[in-house]
Write a protein that binds this ligand. Structure first.
Ligand code: ZN
Length: 401
């Protein structure tokens, strides 16, 4: 039986666990070939991981002529919890050591209820999932929150849409209550990690994940690792200034990208277009439902409403200008656009692509796909589990946080 704080003891063990987590069960021979290690070395490290309770050494693989090689997998009883806290809902899921989703629960919240109440809901959901016997013990918890996060401290710092959370010890509180290691990151980075594990970005080492939601942010993955910067604020592209003058932004400045183009900006512009009578389609929608959102703009644009089409195209053009600069600067292999506002229809992607391909240098855009995320709704909880499993499963004990 595994001890609660079992961790890989060296870089070989961490690498073996990472491969088994990402690729599923492998034979000892395959592991040795992929890592260019001798059979003896692989056997020694795997025996130690089995003693630690971190891998299962099961049946024999199909013979390839020589001696049959035993199959190895991450321990079947490893359990990670992914928590995706949004502005209006929270998702909690239990995943196994290969980050396969075992069960998931959601609940409606308001982020403005404050950390005590929202985290109480999280704990209740974890309790329910544990109650059904899926996760008698939790090996680690990864949490995404919709605001800037000091990654080292596990707290949110001056979060615009959730001021009550400023410096609240999210990580320490959950770790104490659940008796497991916890890591906290912003929702954009969590989604980028989910994309890396289960989405289009599986096959690339360097990519940008742009989240279009109420706000706009970018996860930067370089050589397979998230780039956060020393303060954890890397990728906060929503507040890059795209005009000297322009609409006021939640951050206190004017002319920020997300003040022009985001879920919040589209809602503001849609209401204005409906009330002024410039867009009959949006006015009808407002009269029918009493509110407007980015989804309504997408529907009106797909239906050919010229004002809605212009809103999507203008916003996408500004996003494209920012992305063109980022592409020249980072040279990613892939750009993925996701988040609740990403599905505005074909016009969004067409305009972003056209600006990026026109404005970036050919060497940077030669083979650059710009695509919409195909990640399921579970992307956030998968990313949370990926975050904490990187720390407890794939980092040698001496280097782990
Ligand atoms: Zn701003």
């Amino acid at each position: 039986m595994r001890h609660g704080c079992a961790r890989p003891e060296n870089a070989y063990q961490a690498h073996l666990l990472r491969m088994l987590r990402n690729r599923g069960p492998m034979s000892r021979a395959e592991l040795g070939e992929t890592m260019s290690l001798s059979r003896t070395k692989v056997a020694m490290e795997l025996d130690r991981l089995a003693q630690l309770g971190l891998v299962d050494t099961g049946g024999l693989a199909a013979s390839r002529g020589g001696r049959r090689s035993a199959m190895v997998s991450v321990a079947a009883d490893l359990r990670f919890v992914g928590v995706d806290i949004g502005a209006t809902s929270v998702d909690v899921a239990v995943l196994d050591g290969e980050l396969q989703l075992l069960d998931r629960l959601s609940d409606a919240i308001s982020i403005r209820q404050g950390p005590e109440q929202v985290l109480e809901t999280v704990l209740q959901l974890v309790g329910k999932l544990q109650g059904n016997g899926l996760a008698p013990r939790v090996d680690g918890v990864g949490v995404g929150v919709p605001g800037p996060v000091s990654f080292l401290e596990g707290t949110s710092v001056v979060p615009p849409i959730m001021p009550e959370w400023h410096h609240f010890p999210i990580r320490d509180m959950l770790s104490r209550e659940l008796g497991a290691p916890v890591m906290v990151d912003n929702d954009v980075n969590i989604l980028a990690l989910g994309e890396m594990h289960a989405g289009t970005a599986r096959s690339v080492e360097d990519f940008l994940f742009v989240k279009l939601g109420t706000g706009v942010g970018c996860g930067i993955v370089l050589r397979g690792n998230l780039h956060r910067g020393p303060n954890g604020s890397a990728g906060d592209i929503g507040h890059l200034q795209v005009e000297d003058y322009g609409p006021p932004c939640a951050c206190g400045n004017v002319g920020c990208l997300e003040a022009f183009f985001s879920g919040a900006a589209l809602e503001r512009d849609a209401l204005q277009a409906a009330r002024s009578g410039r867009s009959p389609a949006l006015a009808d929608r407002l009269a029918a439902t009493g509110s407007l959102s980015a989804v309504d703009v997408g529907v009106a644009a797909s239906g050919g409403d010229p004002v809605a089409v212009a809103m999507v195209r203008d916003g996408a053009r500004r996003l494209g200008q920012v992305l063109a600069a980022l592409v020249s600067f980072i040279n990613p292999a892939l750009v993925v656009i996701g988040g609740g506002v990403a599905n505005l229809g074909h016009a969004l992607l067409a305009e972003v692509r056209s600006v990026v391909y026109r404005r970036s240098l050919p060497l940077a855009t030669g083979n650059l796909p710009i695509v919409l995320s195909e990640l399921p709704a579970e992307g956030g909880v998968i990313g949370g589990a990926r975050l904490i499993s990187d720390a407890v499963l794939c980092t040698p004990r001496s280097a782990a946080p």
